[in-house]
Design a protein around this ligand. Sequence first.
Ligand SMILES: [Ca+2]
Ligand SMILES: [Ca+2]
Ligand SMILES: [Ca+2]
Length: 442
Amino acid sequence: MKQGVWSIVTAVWALTVVQGISQTLPPYELHPSISNTGRVVFQTLLPPRQTDLFQFPVSFPPIPDPTFGVQAWETIGVTPVYATPPAVGEARPSIDASGNWVVCQRGGGVVVLEPTTGSVPYGTIGILPAISGSGRFVAFLSQSTELHDPDGNGDPSDNQPPNPSPPGPGSWILYLRDRDADEDGALDESAAGATWTRYLHLGSPVHPPLTSVRLSLDPVTAPDPTTDRSGWLLGLSFFNGSVWELRVYDISQIRTKTTEGPDPVLVSIVSNYPLSPPSLAGSRFAFTAQGALTNPPGPSIPAAWVFELSGGAAAPLIGIAVRGPIGAAVLSRDGRLLGFHTSASAFQRIGQDPQPLPFAFGGQADANAAQDVHIFDLVTTQPIWSTLLIRSNQPGGIGPYDPCTNPTLADLISGWIAFQQSTGQGSRVRIANLNTPRQVYR
Ligand SMILES: [Ca+2]
Ligand SMILES: [Ca+2]
Ligand SMILES: [Ca+2]
């Protein structure tokens, strides 16, 4: 079984990927991720699957499911560049800032792929991958204990710290991979000493439970990785059986540890209510909480939070509370913008008076009672864009009441925004741009 999974994971698809793309759009498109060049990747769901319940069997590996797929599109020209080869299930894609690298699940594994060629330079056994903005770091979950190779020499017997203990039922090992450990600027996949793969020791428990664990890597492309470590953050949120915890780790601390034992945690945020996966950018991270934070203490209302790291500690930069559901807080790749979705029509910056969310549709303040994506400028702390700006009654447009959720943001200069529009028939990934705020590109 393991061998079968491996061959699926490492297969390199020689077919010309664009030829295989059907002109008929799949009924469900979800989980968009966008680069600074406007290239967007997203997951598709094909009949008969209509929901992505995010459930994997406790036993490993999950059964490859060909009704999942991944597509990549160029926003400029609105052309497809990649689609999952036939009969291969792919899911949970994310893209780096340059648009040149995509990670996703493929069957029982994770792969790094080049969307323009479909080639797969790296594949291993795991699920739920994330990629850094530079394309250099990849994180994923796996139940294999044998992927740990902190010195990158391919020999598991000399590893310090030694290989991880097997995860218990329902738990997974969190791996982090450096594709440029020799720091020559070229991404390597197998050269001895040029990559490493390490497991993250969470403490107690050592391995995270799968329940809602989410991984996130910093989307910043560090200009000089030998001197600038601000882009070296790994974040995750998980339910540990009694509370929700969000953690941020510094990769530069993880990669130098040679002893067994917990990796040093940079930030820990705790709540009795669900916490979204952190979105990281430079020295900031954002998340949504469905209720009060326990540590640090916060008001008992759903809110999107941005924290700023300084001197190894994190303090709130802004909290935006709403009277209603809120989710999917995300930072732009430059850390300048905050996006989230909510069905509320007013917001309240923590410590200030409530005010209506702007960009009225239909002649009055946001009254559609549907989820809209809202984007705030973290310098002015004011809302600067909303899906209310692009709703219309035009056929094929974004209807007045369609829920708009799960935003992904490039940087302020490029202005690219992607999000998910739900309709009665399915869901579409839509693309807009801050620089042309009323235009829908896809
Ligand atoms: Ca080794
Ligand atoms: Ca290298
Ligand atoms: Ca609304």
